[in-house]
Design a protein around this ligand. Structure first.
Ligand SMILES: [Fe+2]
Length: 555
């Protein structure tokens, strides 16, 4: 961490660069950088010549000017860019700068200053051009504060080989202290703030602020650049264009809540703002890594998604296999059910075409929920029946709900792409139109690890999918019914689904992805503990993916 330096020293630091007046009122900041910069520093959304750098100034009630510096060395002898940023309450005292005119594929260091208080130093890098040998991504998702410490973030921060962190959403959760994870939060002293379910702009800002104080969060953001997409909980559980499962009529306007959540998101994360605030929801990107890889990120929550079909409303009317087949064919598979907006689909088509014509070796898709076809398994199984007998009646009831889906071969979760099969098929058509059948899809949301293969409805191979488990969020079966039932469920689910090679809902952690021209190596890495800061990591499983004649295979 950086130490306090004097105003005179700070001026010396920028010698060689354009000298700018250092700003602010020192009396306000005598408590030191941990107070002023309580939420650390972050960087992200890089391209070949620029990157977003971010911080937040705490404890203010008046506008303030913040100095910022970008250098090629950690001692800031070689400052290449610097300036002043004005922040105030209209943006919750967050500071976000696009540092421009940088060199491609270069490591940079950055920091901020208010008077003589200097922020911690952040490290970041721009995207490369030309030939590159290797890219290392750390893939994370589902960081729920009350469930535990973000030790997976800490582990990634300590891995110096990581080029970029990709967070696939559920960066915050919207629940109050009584919600998902609340009991554990009370036990380990990580209660959600504010205590109620977040609804207003002020609520969302406070929740982002709380998450940014986690030790692992401070470490990962200071150490690596971030590419982040939102899933559902950045606003509310299971949203679609017109509402969300966790938004009720007595919680005010859905549109106002959605806009408030997105405003706070752009304030608190190191991502580029849209030109017009009204276009905040249109959040999709294409990151290009020289001749090696494209990473295209999706928006599947607020710009195109049709309402989720509800099993609680539909299942009581399904009493036979024939009725279930009709329901799956006519209702779930209705051709107008959409996941991605028309603009997003257009962007995807253009950028996949660009990726192919540029000759990049890999096309990685940053995706929210699991894409592979996932039909609930039949849970009438001798091993599971034995385990079930040891459960309380209440817990047996929880499992019984899933038994109904398995009996009729219905999708496990209608909020995933399996609840939108026509939209998934359209996604594959867009890829095929661009001559792409080598999609390397990385997915979040599920609180499980996945190793999947992807096929379209004609059985053509479309690529592979790697699913990341939660940083702290557990799979609900695991949380409520325990590891033995989770293990058997994963085994039955894998046996029941052609596209699922392996899944694991018993662990927390992240995926480390090493991409080179010969292949992609993925490590599914677990953290042993999230209820204290003492943990270790283990590689639970490793897989290698190769591209053979434009099709992806596991080795
Ligand atoms: Fe999640």
């Amino acid at each position: 961490m950086s130490k306090k330096i004097t105003r005179r020293q700070a001026i010396k630091i920028v010698s060689g660069a354009v000298l700018l007046p250092l700003t602010g009122c020192s009396t306000q900041f005598e408590q030191g950088n941990k107070v002023v910069f309580a939420h650390g520093v972050a960087s992200g959304d890089p391209d070949q010549s620029s990157v977003v750098i971010w911080t937040r100034i705490s404890g203010l009630t008046k506008p303030i000017m913040v100095d910022w510096f970008v250098a090629t060395d950690a001692t800031f002898k070689h400052v290449v860019s610097n300036g002043i940023f004005n922040t105030d309450s209209s943006r919750d005292y967050t500071v976000k700068i696009i540092a421009n005119d940088l060199e491609p594929g270069q490591t940079y260091f950055y920091k901020f200053a208010v008077a003589d208080t200097i922020s911690p130093t952040g490290q970041t890098q721009t995207l490369p051009v030309g030939h590159i040998e290797q890219l290392v991504l750390a893939v994370t998702t589902c960081s729920n504060y009350p469930f535990g410490y973000f030790n997976a973030y800490d582990a990634i921060a300590k891995d110096a080989s990581v080029d970029l962190v990709v967070h696939l959403g559920d960066y915050i959760y919207e629940y109050g202290v009584e919600g998902f994870g609340g009991e554990i939060g009370q036990r380990i002293g990580r209660n959600h703030q504010p205590a109620h379910e977040i609804l207003s702009l002020d609520d969302y800002r406070k929740r982002h602020a709380q998450y940014k104080t986690d030790k692992g969060s401070l470490a990962i953001h200071a150490r690596h650049p971030l590419v982040v997409i939102w899933d559902d909980h950045e606003t509310a559980n299971n949203p679609w264009m017109g509402g969300a499962k966790n938004h009720q009529a007595n919680e005010g306007s859905w549109e106002a809540r959605r806009l408030a959540s997105l405003q706070a998101y752009y304030e608190w994360l190191p991502v580029r703002d849209p030109i017009k605030a009204s276009e905040r929801a249109n959040y999709w990107r294409h990151y290009k890594f020289g001749d090696l890889a494209s990473l295209i990120t999706l928006e599947s929550r607020h710009t195109g998604r049709s309402k989720q079909i509800s099993y609680s409303e539909s299942l009581p009317d399904i009493q036979s296999v024939k009725q279930a087949q009709e329901f799956a064919g006519n209702v779930i598979n209705a051709p107008d059910r959409e996941m991605l907006s028309k603009e997003m689909q257009h962007f995807l088509k253009e950028e996949l075409n660009e990726s192919v014509s540029a000759g990049r070796r890999w096309r990685i898709i940053g995706n929210q929920s699991v894409m592979a076809k996932s039909i609930a398994p039949d849970l009438d199984d001798p091993i599971l029946n034995n385990l079930k007998n040891e459960l309380s009646l209440e817990k047996q009831q929880k499992l019984a709900e899933r038994t109904h889906l398995g009996k009729y071969s219905l999708p496990s979760d209608l909020d995933t792409w399996s609840g939108y099969p026509a939209a998934r098929e359209r996604f594959y058509h867009i890829a095929k139109d661009a001559n792409v059948q080598d999609l390397l899809v990385i997915s979040g949301d599920s609180h499980s690890f996945w190793q999947n293969q992807l096929f379209d409805d004609n059985g053509q191979s479309m690529g592979v999918e790697l699913g990341a488990t939660g940083v702290t969020s557990p799979r609900s079966i695991m949380e409520s019914l325990g590891g033995d039932i989770m293990l058997r469920f994963d085994e039955l689910n894998t046996a029941n689904n052609q596209e699922i090679i392996w899944s694991d809902g018993r662990h927390l952690g992240f995926i480390r992805l090493e991409v080179n021209h010969k292949g992609t190596h993925a490590d599914y890495i677990t953290v042993s503990n999230v209820e204290s800061l003492t943990y270790n990591t283990q590689v639970l499983r490793s897989v290698d993916i190769i591209n053979r004649d434009g099709l992806l295979q596991y080795e």
